[in-house]
Design a protein around this ligand. Structure first.
Ligand SMILES: [Zn+2]
Length: 423
């Protein structure tokens, strides 16, 4: 909406402006902004960039979907009635855009291709359902002359460009979303759903929509099973919990619960803001299976869908890393030392046994103690060189932080997952 206002203003229109108190746009404001944007689109479509064959034919009919006009009945005039209709229809947005012939993408930044991660268009929650299944994309790009031009491209090529941008910035959850949309066999539904949910929550937070009112509706239609729009509208978190319950055959919600903080206001006590996506944490493997179950009163947003955990087990969790006392035996690097030490020990014990049998007690005892003590000392020295690799350990963020900090603390370079991917 802000980009549309900016574009319309710079093109000579006079869209409504927000007062300094920061009031919300009214429905009438939003509709007039959409009208300005429609004029802008028509103006740009009359002068298409090279490669847009439709642009040559000015005498044509185009049906355009604009949320502000199409999500409610045209005869509705009451603001509350329009809001109610819009709220319900937003749950169908992914299906609506899935059937669009082409989707126009725009922002107010000059020369923007809309595929970089800092493009304002790409940081709205609703652009996920709008673009994920688009067959054809019209890039509306503001030129330096303030004219807006349209550059058509295939939806696949557009999403692959975003995928590439995501890889450059190590945004692997975003990479997974677009990889799944262009090559669905390459990413499991578990990873794709997880990435979608985390990205939707992240965008909502970035837009200061802290109540996450439309979280479930924005994702409806993007997961394998969709919810009926009448079953949504019980609060964003509850709607999301219902969607995840419907998709329990495709998604293990333990992945999400493991990443989410406890919420401040949400009625879903296990589902709060997730930790920021980092390389690696989008591929955590849950050790239990979990699924949300319906709230006690499905008609109320006051319900609290609990998380049912299946196959739970007790695991020992250590507070810190530990030296591997069996480092001599557990590490391939030590195989030569292990063979030499084992051979020396066996020979020493055999020699001391032979000396004992032949009556040379003191030399036998001396050799026996020397080789066994020497072997134990070697085990001790090697154990200081390696860490235990089995078991579970708690690494607090404050102490371990990001990969660079971990590398400094461990004294060796780590290779994060996905760093070798080239695109
Ligand atoms: Zn842009």
């Amino acid at each position: 909406m802000q980009s549309a206002v900016q574009l319309a203003a710079e093109s000579g229109f006079h869209p409504p402006v927000l007062s300094p108190e920061g009031r919300q746009y009214t429905i009438a404001d939003r509709q007039s902004i959409s009208k300005y944007f429609l004029m802008l689109y028509c103006s740009a479509a009359r002068h298409p960039a090279d490669g847009n064959p439709e642009g040559a034919n000015r005498d044509r009919t185009e049906y355009v979907w604009l949320d502000e006009f199409c999500l409610s009945h045209p005869e509705s005039t009451s603001e509350s009635e329009i809001e109610s209709q819009r709220s319900t229809e937003l749950g169908r947005l992914a299906n609506i855009f899935r059937n669009a012939t082409q989707v126009a993408v725009f922002c107010d930044r000059p020369g923007c291709r809309h595929t970089d991660l800092d493009c304002p268009w790409g940081n709205r929650i609703w652009t996920i359902p709008e673009i994920l299944h688009a067959e054809r994309v019209l890039r509306m790009t503001r030129e330096s002359t303030h004219a807006t031009r349209i550059y058509p491209t295939s939806g696949r090529a557009f999403r692959e460009e975003i995928q590439k941008s995501a890889a450059k910035l190590n945004q692997w959850h975003l990479y997974a979303i677009y990889q799944h949309s262009v090559n669905s066999g390459g990413v499991s539904w578990q990873t794709a759903i997880h990435s979608l949910v985390v990205e939707a929550i992240r965008r909502d937070e970035a837009g200061n929509f802290d109540d996450h009112k439309y979280l479930g509706k924005a994702l409806n239609g993007l997961l394998p099973r969709r919810a009926h729009v009448d079953d949504l509208g019980h609060g964003g978190w509850n709607d999301l919990a219902w969607l995840l319950e419907l998709n329990q055959g495709f998604y293990n919600a333990a992945s999400l619960a493991a990443l989410c903080s406890l919420p401040d206001k949400s009625s879903v006590s296990w589902l709060g803001k997730p930790i920021n996506p980092m390389p690696g944490n989008e591929r955590l493997e849950p050790i239990v299976t979990a699924l949300p179950v319906s709230p006690p009163n499905a008609n109320s947003s006051a319900g609290c869908p609990p998380l049912m955990i299946i196959g739970g087990e007790m695991i020992g969790l250590r507070p810190r890393l530990r030296r591997d006392w069996a480092g001599l035996y557990n590490n391939p690097d030590m195989i030569r030392a292990r063979v030499i030490a084992g051979g020396t020990l066996a020979l020493g014990v055999l020699l001391s046994f032979v000396l004992l049998v032949t009556g040379q007690i003191f030399p036998a005892i001396g050799i026996f103690f020397s080789v066994t003590v020497g072997h134990v000392l070697l085990e001790l020295v090697v154990s200081t060189m390696f860490l235990e690799r089995k078991g579970w350990i708690f690494l607090p963020d404050a102490e371990w932080g990001d990969l660079n900090t971990i590398e400094q603390l461990l004294g060796q370079e780590l290779k994060p997952w996905g760093m070798n991917v080239k695109s």
